[in-house]
Design a binder for this molecule. Structure first.
Ligand SMILES: O=C(O)c1cc(=O)[nH]c(=O)n1[C@@H]1O[C@H](COP(=O)(O)O)[C@@H](O)[C@H]1O
Length: 262
């Protein structure tokens, strides 16, 4: 059991094109989760101002999975950091590890130049949780998801990423290889008996937390429930040691970016 000493917390993924619906979910689940995730569906429909609306309830994980040439990604990171001016910018954002070391280094420099210690944490997405070994091999990557996750993790952390997005099935291997410091943010979480949907590499909240995840990203098991607040509360209650929800600086040895403290 690799459970983090201060526990694991939940990030609720607000996947809807409707900002009013997203805000309703945000208000309902805020007492039970550490962060709220704004992803491509909500951001593309509602624009950057939705980040501020959601951040009124909990710090935001902005998941746009940047993957482009270093100059373009650096510009996108500067644009995201610009939205933080009046408070309410994201606490964490995602880049694709497959974008390579130069892209991640450029993103890190852009974030530091824009906001210094108040920059968001940068998370490198490794192998998407929807990938099976066969689907990954079809893209030309042999050796299976775990090997590719470890390879991208090494590259991303060396280039300045603060953490990784991986599936529950790689968490303990990443902890063995890289220790306690990298922030591990983990989607593909499914309470026992719930529908996997398009997720391939999954585990229960209990097992994901016990493996050493910092944050469990949970979307449909909360948002498709008849009572999203009750669903979020039940998942939080199932964790071996829930993280405190206090939103404070300097967690995980990272700069002061408003991450809820673990
Ligand atoms: O970066 C992510 O958050 C992410 C990476 C990944 O590999 N898999 C993955 O599912 N996600 C996100 O995590 C959320 C999972 O949602 P559910 O499958 O509904 O719980 C979605 O918003 C995805 O965009």
């Amino acid at each position: 059991m690799r459970q983090k000493p201060n526990g694991a917390g939940i990030i609720a993924a607000l996947d809807t094109p409707d900002p009013a619906r997203a805000e309703g979910w945000a208000r309902a689940v805020a007492p039970h989760v550490g962060l709220l995730k704004v992803g491509l569906e909500l951001f593309c429909a509602a624009g950057p101002q939705v980040v501020r609306r959601v951040a009124a309830h909990r710090p935001v994980f902005l998941d746009l999975k940047f993957h482009d040439i270093p100059n373009t990604v650096a510009g996108a990171v500067r644009s995201v950091c610009g939205t933080k001016g009046e408070a309410g910018g994201p606490a964490m954002l995602t880049l694709h590890g497959g974008g390579g070391g130069a892209m991640i280094e450029a993103a890190r420099r852009a974030a530091e130049d824009s906001l210094g210690e108040d920059r968001p944490a940068l998370l490198a997405v490794t192998v998407l949780t929807s990938f099976t070994a066969e689907a990954l091999a079809a893209t030309g990557v042999s050796g299976g998801p775990t090997q590719q996750v470890l390879r991208l993790a090494r590259l991303a952390l060396a280039a300045g990423a603060d953490g990784l997005v991986c599936s529950p099935q790689e968490v303990s291997r990443l902890r063995d290889a890289f220790g306690e410091a990298p922030l591990l943010v983990v989607p593909g979480v499914r309470p026992a008996g719930s529908d996997a949907g398009d997720q391939a590499r999954i585990a229960t909240p209990e097992d994901t937390a016990a493996a050493g995840a910092d944050w469990l990203v949970v979307g449909r098991p909360i948002t498709a429930a008849a009572d999203p607040a009750a669903a979020a509360a039940a998942i939080a209650a199932s964790l071996p040691r829930p993280a405190p929800l206090f939103a404070g600086p300097h967690s995980h040895g990272l700069p002061s970016h408003g991450l809820p403290q673990q």
